[in-house]
Write a protein that binds this ligand. Structure first.
Ligand code: ZN
Length: 173
């Protein structure tokens, strides 16, 4: 998820239409050098793109890894699971580094708790509300092959995709 409207350098981030974004990512079996390297690249891409979160499929890797950098909360989580989402929802403007240039109002649970494993092999639980809860749900969606545009009406989704494709064409010209 991007932090702002600012368009960072996102050359290595897979965008809408790439099939890797629609796959259900596989669990990580062993935290080895390859996994540590993937996490390092994910953090680099997130910071470079000024994002608040990123999931491994967004850099073309279909594994269950997410990184978050929201309001001072920085996490690298391997095999994250959503433990709790509140019934209470909150609507807010959302965007995605994989669908650059477009934003939409998306309703998400106002509070969420996820659990996962750190690079050090420690199991942690993170509870958040507001933007942190939103980012957690957004990144969990990614590892299940879902995108934020799946949460809006079909009509709205078509117009968002059209806008994304138009901006993409313009930036390629
Ligand atoms: Zn995203």
């Amino acid at each position: 998820m991007p932090a702002t409207d600012k368009q960072g350098e996102t050359m290595d981030i897979r965008t809408y239409g790439d099939p890797v974004l629609r796959r259900t990512a596989k669990p990580v079996e062993t935290i080895d050098d390859e996994i540590r390297d993937i996490c390092r690249r994910m953090v680099e891409e997130m910071l470079r793109a000024d994002g608040v979160g990123l999931a491994a499929p967004q850099i073309g890797i279909p594994l269950r890894i997410i990184v978050l950098d929201v309001e001072g909360e920085f996490h690298v989580l391997i095999n994250p699971e959503l433990l709790f989402v509140s019934e209470e929802t909150e609507t807010g403007i959302e965007g995605c580094l994989s669908v650059p240039g477009v934003h939409a109002e998306v309703a998400r649970s106002a509070q969420a708790t996820i659990a996962g494993t750190t690079l050090g092999g420690e199991r942690v639980e993170i509870t958040g509300e507001g933007l942190l809860a939103r980012a957690m749900q957004h990144e969990m969606d990614h590892i299940n092959g879902h995108l934020f545009v799946d949460h809006v009406s079909q009509v709205k989704r078509r117009s968002l995709i059209k806008e994304f494709e138009r901006k993409k064409r313009e930036s390629e010209e």
